[in-house]
Design a protein around this ligand. Structure first.
Ligand SMILES: *[C@@H]1O[C@H](CO)[C@@H](O)[C@H](O)[C@H]1NC(C)=O
Ligand SMILES: *[C@@H]1O[C@H](CO)[C@@H](O)[C@H](O)[C@H]1NC(C)=O
Ligand SMILES: *[C@@H]1O[C@H](CO)[C@@H](O)[C@H](O)[C@H]1NC(C)=O
Ligand SMILES: *[C@@H]1O[C@H](CO)[C@@H](O)[C@H](O)[C@H]1NC(C)=O
Ligand SMILES: *[C@@H]1O[C@H](CO)[C@@H](O)[C@H](O)[C@H]1NC(C)=O
Ligand SMILES: *[C@@H]1O[C@H](CO)[C@@H](O)[C@H](O)[C@H]1NC(C)=O
Ligand SMILES: *[C@@H]1O[C@H](CO)[C@@H](O)[C@H](O)[C@H]1NC(C)=O
Length: 771
């Protein structure tokens, strides 16, 4: 038996006690010295420390804000859950519009790893934001937003931190804290570093676009069969269908409204932005975490600028644990695989929110902000993301259901494994190496195929407006395109297709089937308007399949994504779901019980993520949540809404009414028509979460199209082949004038046209009813 007090051990034991006591004494002495020094430092901070001194919160721009901001990185006591490795903070005076490059250049050493391909990453982070093109939207209506060629931001404190998430992984997060204007302080000088590769541009009314340095380039159209280079109204925009749509020569006047409450339709109340955000001129009292698209591994700066400028949120964002462009998968490689994917899927945003809450409490003061007394007095917290960013919103609702009071998730990349296979399917349909004579170019898709289907299906909802708004009734008939047929398209060699091309094209409209089983739902008939995104995802999709689905350590050039995909591998990959990255959990009952609100939306012309995938997820989640809570599915409707956006491409752009305040809709000139909850879902989610205003209907606006991207920026399909798209890249701009508004109805309701009603102009939405 073991004897604790055996005699031979006693002498050594005393020696140990002596050494131990000496060590304790030395430690105590050091502790005292350090403690004193530390205490002095803390006391110095305490003076400026609103966290401890509850009345002092910083709210206004100026020298006090600046000095608190500069000291911020060294001032905050982080909770144990936040393992901050390195923090930095810097102050930007009112009117600043630091370019993405400038923001990146000011990272302290050790934030961006050596060898990071920063230029190409920034290209994917951009284009940068042009606040001026929003023409006074929201809270932009002050002197800052007219400063410089692209508008200026409010004064803000920029805080950033590298946070370790495991022994092998870390994330980069930023929190930007906006401040109330002090008109006695002069504005920051306009930036000198525009234009750059990611510079913004504005589009003037007559169709020229202006780079931020004032260089004017002529409007130029590259599509065949389109109007002349100087046309103010590109023919593809306005001649669809028989109805003539008139261009408004003047942009709409400023529509800011105060204290306005009125019914839109079907019991939706619309509150003005000021009613929702509060009348204060500074920080709106809330936190917004911003998502971003694809595999982008960088802080989503354009969205942060936009949401801070428009709404005055304290905005936060993260690189999700890696530095890369949207199409890269190499960051998944390596032994930290599971940790990396966990950061990407949910942990990075969770920790970023935690960081933001701590920074906000410290900087503005713990009594400041709009706080939820039922929720530990936390400041209200929102998440806005689309595409992969939308899936990350769902991940938050699934994994951290207490994190957000409201989540806006656009075109979410749920079932990422399956989605990548869907993208490989569309790529393979288009691949001329595979299809030989059956190959059709994306210009043929964008031109005659799109035009034929639009003509067939535009009127199915009762309105000829160039938009397919009843896709469930639309069954594309491509035979009218066949060469030699006596039809508009068949008669001309430049628009007709061979029987082989037609049979290939039909497959684009079909679900993705592997080994006899559907693995990804079909894209919808409007897909041809997204011809520009037909290709270019296969490198990413193939990489994801190998690294995540098959869990291989590296990608192989021998892997053929068109031939080597197997149903049983997909099933194994789905079952493993490393990091829960597929975001497929449908039981959102914890989120709902926590009074969380979720808004989903999806563009019906999306050819990157199928709108059917969101229909499926929404239906499944509504049922699963209801069943977990033992209530009827209709009771979940006051927690989750899903809107289909007719004529919208992937997350933004397109020819329909696509301006409704969606996440990451940062294109120049893309803004909601009115600063009201019914017109802006970014406001509607707040009115819903905080004031119980249920968004039963929303209104979306359609503006005139303009050539969007400087010619050197026109995206290609990435393979360098001669079928690189010449598809004109256009976008809607508010300055171009309003065409119409449309009613958005929560799924499964449809916006049904009321025969005889006028569907054009700003009251166009009133011609529809949800049923
Ligand atoms: C909306 O209002 C119209 C007209 O009052 C009605 O026919 C329709 O059923 C309503 N829809 C819903 C979802 O209540
Ligand atoms: C990641 O997690 C999965 C599932 O838990 C496991 O099968 C796999 O071995 C892990 N991979 C690594 C690299 O740790
Ligand atoms: C082609 O159609 C037009 C009108 O639909 C008709 O007038 C013409 O005769 C047709 N041509 C032939 C060769 O069938
Ligand atoms: C598309 O799907 C339909 C119905 O599932 C099927 O009949 C047709 O053969 C498919 N077409 C192609 C080109 O695969
Ligand atoms: C996701 O994939 C699983 C397995 O393939 C499938 O059962 C589920 O319906 C899919 N969910 C959606 C939303 O498509
Ligand atoms: C949801 O539940 C309803 C009945 O409550 C059922 O008709 C429907 O098929 C279910 N949908 C899904 C996707 O499970
Ligand atoms: C429809 O409304 C628009 C915009 O308000 C107006 O310009 C147009 O004249 C109206 N059309 C009819 C037929 O009333």
């Amino acid at each position: 038996m073991f004897n604790k007090n055996s005699a031979p051990g006693k002498g050594r034991s005393r020696l140990r006690v002596f050494i131990f006591l000496t060590l304790v004494a030395i430690l105590l002495l050091f502790g005292l010295i350090f403690g004193l020094a530390f205490g002095l430092t803390r006391r110095k901070h305490t003076k400026l420390d609103p966290f401890r001194d509850n009345g002092v919160g910083i709210s206004k721009a100026g020298s006090q804000a600046e000095s608190v901001c500069e000291a911020l990185a060294n001032s905050i006591d982080y909770p144990a859950e936040l393992n901050v490795q390195k923090a930095f903070s810097m102050y930007y005076p009112e009117g600043s519009m630091p370019s993405l490059e400038t923001l990146t250049n000011s990272y302290p050493r050790g934030i961006i790893p050596k060898g990071t391909p920063i230029n190409s990453i920034l290209h994917d982070v951009g284009p940068d934001v042009d606040l001026k093109s929003q023409m006074g939207y929201g809270r932009l209506n002050d002197r800052a937003s007219n400063n410089g060629p692209t508008g200026g931001l409010p004064a803000f404190c920029r805080f950033g931190a590298k946070i370790s998430t495991s022994s092998m992984t870390s994330i980069l997060s930023e929190v930007w804290l906006p401040l109330e204007s002090d008109p006695s302080i002069s504005l920051a000088p306009p930036p000198k570093d525009y234009p750059t590769a990611t510079a913004p541009y504005t589009i003037t009314e007559n169709g020229t676009f202006v780079l931020a340095n004032g260089i004017v380039k002529e409007f130029k159209q590259s599509s065949k069969g389109s109007s002349s280079a100087t046309s103010l109204q590109p023919s593809y925009d306005f001649t669809l269908g028989s109805q003539t749509i008139t261009t408004q020569s003047q942009p709409p006047t400023d529509t800011k409204t105060a204290n306005k409450k009125r019914a839109i339709t079907n019991d939706t109340q619309s509150l003005s932005g000021d009613d929702i955000l509060g009348q204060g001129k500074g920080w709106n009292g809330r936190i917004a975490v911003m998502g971003h698209g694809g595999q982008l591994g960088f802080v989503p700066m354009p969205s942060m600028k936009n949401y801070m400028g428009r709404y005055m949120f304290a905005v936060a964002g993260t690189n999700l644990g890696h530095f890369s462009g949207v199409g890269s998968t190499s960051w998944v490689e390596g032994s930290a695989f599971n940790e990396t994917l966990t950061d990407f899927a949910s942990r990075a945003n969770h920790l970023t929110l935690l960081l933001a809450e701590n920074v906000v409490n410290y900087f503005y003061g713990v009594k400041q902000g709009v706080r939820n007394s039922k929720d530990n007095d936390r400041v209200y917290r929102y998440y806005y993301g689309s595409s992969v960013g939308g899936a990350r919103g769902l991940s938050a609702a699934q994994v951290y259901p207490q994190d957000f009071n409201g989540i806006v998730a656009g075109a979410p990349a749920v079932n990422f494994t399956a989605l990548n296979i869907g993208q490989l399917h569309t790529s393979s349909v288009h691949d001329k190496v595979l299809r030989g004579d059956g190959f059709f170019s994306d210009l043929e898709l964008w031109g005659p195929i799109k035009d034929a289907i639009t003509a067939q299906c535009d009127g199915l909802d009762g309105v000829i407006d160039g938009i397919i708004s009843a896709p469930q009734k639309c069954i594309p008939q491509l035979d009218v395109l066949q060469c030699g047929t006596n039809t508009t398209y068949g008669k001309s060699f430049s628009t007709c297709l061979t029987p082989l091309q037609i049979s290939t094209a039909y497959q684009l409209f079909n679900a993705t089937v592997v080994d006899g089983q559907e693995v990804y739902p079909a894209y919808w008939p409007g897909l041809a308007d997204s011809a520009g995104s037909l290709k270019g995802t296969n490198g990413k999709a193939s990489g994801w399949y190998q690294l995540v689905t098959l869990q291989r350590p590296k990608t192989s050039s021998l892997f053929n994504p068109y031939k080597d995909i197997r149903l049983d591998d997909i099933q194994k990959g789905n079952a493993a779901n490393p990091g829960l990255v597929n975001a497929v959990q449908t039981d959102l009952s914890e989120f709902v019980k926590n009074e969380g609100k979720l808004i989903l939306y999806h563009g019906t012309y999306d050819l990157t993520i199928s709108p059917q995938s969101t229909v499926n997820y929404f239906t499944q989640a509504r049922n699963a949540t209801a069943s977990a809570m033992q209530v009827d599915p209709t009771e979940i409707d006051n927690s989750m809404k899903f809107y289909l956006i007719y004529g919208m491409r992937h997350t933004r752009q397109g020819v329909g009414a696509i301006n409704f305040g969606g996440a990451a809709q940062n294109d120049a000139g893309s803004r909601p028509y009115k600063f009201e909850s019914a017109y802006d879902i970014s406001l509607a989610i707040i009115a819903w979460a905080e004031k119980s205003i249920e968004p039963n209907t929303q209104v979306a606006a359609r503006y005139q199209l303009r050539q969007a991207v400087p010619p050197s920026h026109v995206p290609t399909n990435g393979d360098g082949s001669d079928d690189d798209p010449q598809v004109p890249t256009t976008q809607q701009v508010y300055a171009g004038g309003l065409i119409n508004t449309r009613l958005l109805c929560p799924y499964p309701l449809n916006a049904n046209y009321q025969t005889g009603q006028n569907s054009t102009g700003e009251n166009g939405y009133q011609a529809f009813q949800c049923s």
